[in-house]
Ligand binder design. Structure first.
Ligand SMILES: [Zn+2]
Length: 255
């Protein structure tokens, strides 16, 4: 079982060491901005590490939207961040499932996801890992009926799946048996985001909490990790000390 954390991008390997992590995830720039990936000085070390490295794409990316002013830069950002993530040896680029605006049809958003791949000049150099999201009525990867339609459209393009336990709970998908339900749709789970949720089931709110501190029974998170057999990242608050405690708890219960 390989478990780690989402950490600050300044020095991910030092942050991983401080947490006893075997997996590390980070951003390549300010996740709230429309900016290019930053130059890195630790590329050689990241390529040489035994850790599993994952990169999380900026939050503004919304591949699905019918709004050209967001969708067009989103496509360019996915391509640019995929290239930069591959350069540091990442195993996948995590991209949120996205949504269409109120009054628009999710089917059009799913068609836009397909166009991300069919319109790309070349194949992305690493798998794009689509992450389930917590909120919105018009999301592509919140409820699994929409996820199934999304996968019908993109499954052929070496797409992976990132399952976030907080987002599933807050998004209204039961964690009990969820790995089987996901795999029946996607055939794969590439990464688990193991997060507790501050908010109730189906609340549509995305507020992560430390394992056991929120609304989710930690045994359910452990069961998800065990069943998935994929690398695990905690995206929990509290810095190195609190994340190390989360990692230790999950490792202790899942082995
Ligand atoms: Zn996540």
């Amino acid at each position: 079982m390989r478990i780690g954390a989402h950490v600050d991008r300044a020095d991910p390997l030092a942050e991983a060491a401080a947490r006893g992590a075997e997996v590390v995830q980070f951003f390549l720039a300010d996740p709230q901005a429309w900016v290019a990936p930053e130059e890195r000085t630790d590329t050689a070390a990241l390529l040489a590490t035994d850790l599993d490295v994952f990169v999380h794409a900026p939050y503004r990316i919304n591949v699905a939207t019918l709004n050209n002013r967001i969708r067009i830069p989103s496509r360019k950002h996915v391509a640019d961040y995929a290239a930069a993530a591959a350069q540091v040896g990442a195993k996948g680029l995590v991209v949120h499932g996205g949504h269409v605006d109120k009054g628009h049809d999710v089917a059009d958003g799913i068609a836009n996801w397909r166009k991300l791949f069919t319109s790309a000049k070349e194949q992305f150099p690493l798998p794009i890992l689509i992450e389930n999201t917590a909120g919105g009525d018009n999301a592509c990867a919140r409820k699994f009926d929409a996820l199934a339609r999304l996968w019908d459209a993109v499954g052929e393009f070496n797409v992976g799946f990132c399952l976030d336990t907080c987002h599933a709970h807050a998004g209204g998908e039961e964690l009990l048996g969820i790995v089987d339900r996901v795999k029946a749709i996607t055939g794969r789970i590439d990464l688990i985001h193991a997060n507790d949720s501050r908010d109730p089931f189906d609340s549509a709110r995305d507020r992560h909490d430390n394992i056991g501190a929120g609304e989710i029974d930690p045994d359910l998170i452990v069961a998800v990790i065990r069943a998935a057999g994929a690398p695990v990242v905690v995206e929990t608050p509290g810095g190195a000390e609190a994340q190390k405690a989360d990692i230790d708890l999950l490792r202790g219960r899942s082995t």
